[in-house]
Ligand binder design. Structure first.
Ligand code: HDD
Length: 759
């Protein structure tokens, strides 16, 4: 094997280990001992997987623990009760004779069933479905001009735990539904925990937290039949958002490709609210936080998303874990947009306290301040991903909040939800939630208390515990709220006039999209509103669309078979923000998945070489063949198969290549017969699943093709060989070169039907 980049080497090693094609690596999935007979004597347990780790070992009081994390888990060769009593049988209840009644005194039965009965905790009321990873945030030091937060000093490395989620679905719902995605990051800083609890969409549905139950009740499944699951395509959602038009901007983002990300690794993240940073001298700056994925911002097509929901409902979860396991660590740059902290708290006429508004990057560039790398999978889903508890009020010195009314309500809400979900007030002591800073909080007792506190005086002032704990000043690390003036004003239940414009920014977003992205938005609205039963709700939503753009409104109306209404007022003409479009840039291809379709008659030597070259390009090659195992050709190394025609579907691959036939003039896959006009033979020779894979990949604007004489198969699949991004290369290397080039743009965008010009 060639010397290669460490990431490529890791990808290579894991794939080889998984497929059994290569040297064993300790702990990689299939490098474990093969399934054995059940041992009759205790033996060493299997080693943990190398890509996994649990939370750092810290005590409930924030002291580092000098024990390996594995010692915190259960061990020992013998089955015991929770009290440590060794058991001799766990298969039979204690009975009066083999057929007799079960005896009440069977404590093991009682304990086992009691614990099982309580294994579930309430799922999160929103963001129930999620996946998480450990990582590190390394600061560039560039934010020290605006904040004194220790984590932003140059080269400081802070451990993090990041949880991605969908919003609407239950814990077991599918990953690729059309929805907003959560992007919540817990920074275990030396000054305490800082949580940045954001989303992949930079605006929110509502301007005031008091409306949160309303939007969520409207978007969740209908309360009578509890359908649909994890969908916004239903009456109550569209009823609410058309009546409460401050939701228009967020809804438009949901209907764009941002609502169906390709991967968590290819999502932007946003803190949404404006926060206030404070430097060492007390000067303040207003900021918005942005996460920029190094892999680029990519989305699925709607058809792909729907297919994946059936093919692999864990698609995003699996993708994140697989990438980390393969050593292709996902990375994001954290950036800030900065604004002067003026009494008005506006920038270029945009109210910075309105969470339904963005500030275009062209007006306030995103300045990079550090790099996030996710480098380990959790070792236990429940202990970590399920029990992690975020809170926008977990702040550190140098980061403060603003009066955004949505943020204010969030500061109130998250503690409540953790109390219900995690069963009491001591959830900060759960290992994944423990701070890495020393804790002396005078909070005592309560459900699930695990700290053994010392001393007799958990109160202040005291003389018995030596006066401890003392309060700190700003000079020794205390959090000091910025003493901002609070306006003397009458108590009202009102929004400011500056929150009233609900349509200019949706129009800005619409105008910033490329034609193909606009087509996708039209299709999404047409689909979603097409699922609505009530005619009046459809019509009301068309009136909202008329306020955004006449073309959008007309196209959706046409799809619904309804007349298009006129806007109620002349439309504004905001300047588009090219940064909002996902199309037009190029990105690294690292981690992209190339499917190589081969059968025993194909050019296997070329397949082996290609596989290596895909790895060398930092991508993941998956060989797809009629059956599992290996493909063998006379005198050549056998090629290991990763997917079969039964387990593969086009949606898993970013590009698809067909291995050509070994000899010139020979068509692979029996396609020659088709050209000869023997259609019946063709049907039996070219597997319809191959044709489906090719036609889907083509339809989803993926690079597709092959080398050698594969044009017959492509034609059979309905893939025009002259179309953009369809390659019939003379050899595998040429095919790969073209694939890499095409993948930098993610898709072959001009293969989508071109959108009519905007009116
Ligand atoms: Fe929230 C969870 C993001 C508004 C109430 N929210 C939650 C999570 C994310 C967000 C990413 C999942 C955290 C995790 O992975 O555990 N929420 C947002 C954003 C908002 C927002 C970006 C607006 C800008 N949220 C919001 C409001 C309220 C809540 C206005 C209530 C008034 N959110 C909650 C919650 C959750 C939650 C009910 C459910 C689980 C949890 O908190 O821990 O309290």
């Amino acid at each position: 094997m060639k010397e290669s980049h460490p990431v490529k080497a890791a990808v290579d090693k894991v794939i080889d280990a998984v497929t059994g094609d290569g040297p064993e690596i300790p702990g990689a999935p299939n490098s474990r001992p093969p399934a054995l007979e059940e041992p009759t004597e205790p033996r060493e347990p299997l080693p943990p997987k190398p890509d996994q780790r649990g939370p750092e070992p810290y005590s409930p009081t924030g002291q580092p623990l000098d024990v390996p994390p594995s010692d915190l888990a259960q061990g020992g060769a013998y089955l015991t009760t929770a009290q440590g009593l060794r058991l001799r049988d766990t298969d039979h209840s204690l009975k009066a004779g083999p057929r007799g009644p079960v005896l009440l005194q069977d404590h093991h039965l009682r304990e086992k069933i009691m614990h099982f009965d309580h294994e579930r905790i309430p799922e999160r009321v929103v963001h129930a479905r999620g996946a998480a990873a450990h990582g590190v945030f390394k600061s560039y030091g560039t934010a020290t001009t605006v904040t004194k937060a220790a984590l932003f000093a140059k080269d400081v490395e802070t451990p993090v735990f990041v949880r991605f989620s969908t919003v609407l679905g239950s814990r077991g719902s599918a990953d690729t539904v059309r929805d907003t995605r959560g992007f919540a990051t817990k920074f275990y800083t030396t000054e305490g925990v800082w949580d940045l609890v954001g989303n992949n969409i930079p605006v929110f549905f509502i301007q005031d937290a008091i409306k949160f139950p309303d939007i969520i009740h409207a978007a969740k499944p209908h309360p009578d039949r509890e359908i649909p699951q994890a969908q916004s395509a239903h009456d109550t959602f569209w009823d609410f958002v058309s009546l409460h038009t401050e939701a228009t901007h967020h809804t438009l983002w949901n209907m764009s490709d941002r609502g169906i990300p390709r991967s968590y690794r290819t999502m932007e993240g946003f803190g949404i609210h404006t926060f206030r940073l404070v430097d060492a001298a007390g000067a303040t700056t207003l900021v918005k936080f942005h996460w920029k994925p190094k892999a680029g911002v990519h989305s699925l097509t709607w058809e792909e998303a729907q297919l994946i929901n059936g093919m692999d409902p864990d698609f995003h979860r699996r993708d994140l874990a697989d990438a980390i396991e393969a050593g292709a660590y996902p990375q994001w740059e954290l950036g800030i947009q900065t604004f002067p902290d003026t009494p008005e708290q506006t920038f270029e006429g945009i109210d910075l306290l309105d969470p339904t508004k963005i500030v275009p990057e062209e007006l306030a560039p995103v300045q990079p301040i550090g790099l996030l790398t996710l480098n380990a999978n959790p070792s236990n889903f429940f202990a970590e991903t399920e029990q992690v508890a975020f809170h926008p009020g977990h702040l550190v010195p140098g980061i403060d909040v603003t009066d955004d009314p949505l943020l204010a309500g969030r500061l109130f809400s998250y503690l409540d939800t953790q109390l219900t979900r995690l069963g009491g007030p001591n959830f900060a002591q759960i290992p994944i939630n423990r701070t890495h800073a020393p804790v002396n909080d005078m909070l005592r007792d309560g459900m699930h208390q695990t700290a053994v506190h010392q001393g007799v005086a958990p109160y202040r002032p005291n003389s018995l515990d030596g006066g401890c704990p003392f309060v700190a000043g700003a000079q020794n690390g205390a959090y000091v709220e910025v003493p901002v003036e609070v306006a003397a004003a009458p108590k009202v239940r009102e929004a400011p006039a500056s929150f009233a414009d609900h349509f200019t920014q949706p129009r800005l977003f619409w105008l910033s999209l490329s034609p193909v992205e606009r087509e996708h938005v039209i299709a999404a609205y047409t689909f979603e509103l097409g699922k609505v039963y009530e005619q009046t709700i459809k019509e009301r939503n068309l009136r909202v669309l008329a306020e955004i753009d006449p073309h959008l409104c007309r196209q959706v109306a046409q799809g619904l078979g309804l007349p298009a209404p006129e806007p109620s007022q002349p439309l504004p003409n905001p300047r588009p923000s090219p940064a909002l479009s996902q199309v037009g840039d190029t990105w690294p291809v690292t981690g992209r998945i190339v499917g190589i379709i081969a059968d025993g008659d194909g050019d296997l030597r070329a397949v082996s070489a290609l596989r290596q070259e895909v790895l060398d390009a930092g991508m993941v090659p998956l060989v797809i063949a009629p059956t599992g195992g290996t493909l063998a050709a006379d005198g050549d190394e056998p090629v290991t198969v990763q997917r079969t025609f039964a387990t593969a579907r086009s949606v898993e691959f970013d590009a698809l290549l067909l291995a050509g036939a070994p000899a010139p003039g020979l068509d692979a896959y029996g396609a020659r017969d088709a050209k000869a006009g023997t259609a019946t033979i063709t049907e039996t020779v070219v597997d319809p699943r191959v044709l489906l894979m090719l036609s889907e990949a083509y339809r989803h604007a993926k690079p597709v093709g092959g080398w050698g004489d594969v044009s017959g198969v492509l034609e059979l699949a309905g893939v025009p060989t002259q179309a953009p991004g369809v390659l019939v290369a003379p050899d595998a290397q040429t095919a790969l070169r073209e694939i890499v080039q095409l993948l930098t743009e993610h898709r072959v965008w001009n293969r989508f039907p071109s959108a009519p010009a905007l009116s």
